[in-house]
Design a protein around this ligand. Structure first.
Ligand SMILES: [Zn+2]
Length: 90
């Protein structure tokens, strides 16, 4: 059984306050996240090992964006997102 059988997947956007690495301007950016929400129950066909893994599984979010384009019209550079974790447990 694949890890995907344990979770429902959804995409969401969450605002975060980020600093551009070039012009240092702070602004709010919408970051895309993949949300994996643990299912209420396993589908039939799960064996002992799947059940044990499922019991330990936890809902989490994966950050989809690694770069943002600066909102400062005089900058507009792509900067790497830092200070925001790439995996967050819900
Ligand atoms: Zn900038």
């Amino acid at each position: 059984m694949d890890e995907r059988d344990f979770f429902d997947e959804n995409e969401t956007r969450k605002p975060a306050s980020l600093n551009c690495a070039y012009c240092k301007q702070t602004d709010t950016y919408e970051i895309r996240w993949l949300v994996r929400t643990k299912k209420k129950a396993l589908r039939s066909g799960a064996d002992e090992r799947d059940r044990a893994k499922f019991a330990k599984a936890q809902s989490y979010m994966l950050r989809r964006d690694d770069f943002m384009q600066c909102k400062n019209p005089r900058c507009r550079k792509k900067f790497e997102i830092s200070g925001v974790q790439s995996v967050v447990f819900c």
